[in-house]
Write a protein that binds this ligand. Structure first.
Ligand code: AMP
Ligand code: MG
Length: 332
């Protein structure tokens, strides 16, 4: 009888050790980069890999920031018009894919929207621009006036006052690159969140208790989509990651906005008018293999609405619109 308490203690210890050995070793690295909070979560306990993914994002931020004077994008933007600016292969190919997506979306996504974004000044003191000024800025926007030389890897901005803003695609591109870093390091299960750009790889390993409960070692990642009308973190819909990697990217007017004279203005602009689209859409989520593509498409579809879907068939798995009347529209 006196041994019973030792036996109970030994069994408890054994259970605790087993549970510990089955517990997923979760490592998260976070940073403020690309003008947003990014987080890299690795379920295989590889902290170095998570750190390497963040370092890779830092490099991309340095390359693409339109604010840092020495970034490649700033060099393009500040060169005298018509100058052929040599850029790195990575920067060149990103711009060229961005222009392809501009073409696919009939300019609803347009990386030359910067002169208009500068007037709205979301990074500083946001204000509603004067109509005349806005009209002049809109004239400078045209992705077709970006000339690329595939051999020399140069970029030319042809129009006076033109400038590039990769804010609508950079986070997606960086998340794809960061996931590639994790994959190359041997990580099998991970989830990245780059300010609304989520990318998952593999599945989410379960704790011992959940393994017993569900009869499985892991389950597909379930990504919640923000309810645009509720406090941050309130989920409206849930998307199950059904491919690996899987990108789930949301563009929403609730992300960055200001109110002037009772009207709220957000940071996604119709490049043809210089104004926020008025189409009843509160957010667009795009599910795709590539986070870069999903990023550009979510921005574009926020502008074009459902009418833009037919032009981008084959580039996405699923599109979810959340409308201002509460309706949720899903397209596959
Ligand atoms: P996202 O949050 O991915 O929808 O991107 C919004 C950001 O992309 C803005 O902060 C701008 O920097 C930029 N942007 C806004 N409107 C557009 C547009 N129509 N096409 C391309 N980039 C845009
Ligand atoms: Mg985007």
């Amino acid at each position: 009888m006196k041994y019973i308490k030792y036996i109970v203690a030994a069994v408890t210890l054994a259970i605790a050790l087993t549970a510990f050995s089955f517990a997923p070793r979760v490592v998260t690295e976070s940073a403020f980069l690309l003008d947003t909070y990014i987080s890299v979560t690795v379920y295989d306990g590889d902290k170095d890999a998570a750190k390497a993914a963040v370092s890779c994002t830092e490099e991309i931020d340095r390359m693409l920031s339109a604010f840092a004077a020495d970034s490649e994008i700033s060099k393009i933007n500040h060169a005298p018009r018509g100058t052929a600016v040599p850029v790195s292969d990575a920067c060149f190919s990103l711009i060229s894919r961005a222009l392809f997506l501009s073409e696919q979306t009939d300019g609803a996504f347009d990386i030359t929207v910067k002169p208009v974004m500068d007037l709205w000044d979301f990074g500083g003191t946001p204000t509603v621009p004067e109509k005349k000024e806005l009209a002049l800025a809109v004239e400078k926007v045209n992705y077709r006036a970006v000339l690329l030389d595939d051999i020399k890897k140069t970029v030319i901005l042809q129009k006076d006052g033109m400038a590039i803003d990769l804010g609508g695609i950079a986070k997606g591109y960086a998340a794809d690159c960061a996931m590639e870093v994790l994959k190359n390091a041997g990580v099998q299960n991970a989830c990245l969140d780059f300010g609304g750009n989520v990318v998952t790889m593999g599945e989410m390993p379960l704790s011992l208790i959940d393994r017993i409960k569900h009869g499985a070692k892991s389950r597909p990642f379930a990504i919640g989509i923000q309810n645009p009308n509720e406090a941050r973190g309130t989920v409206s819909e849930t998307v199950l990651a059904q491919r690996s990697p899987c990108a789930i990217v949301t563009s929403g007017g609730y992300e960055r906005n200001f109110t002037e004279n009772g009207t709220t203005y957000h940071h996604i602009i119709n490049p043809k008018t210089g104004m926020q689209p008025d189409n009843g859409i509160l957010s667009v989520t795009v599910v795709a293999a590539s986070s870069e593509t999903a990023d550009a498409l979510s921005t574009a579809l926020f502008v074009s609405g459902e009418a833009g879907i037919s032009r981008v068939s084959g580039l996405y798995d699923e599109i979810i619109f959340i409308m201002d009347n509460g309706e949720v529209k899903t397209f596959r």
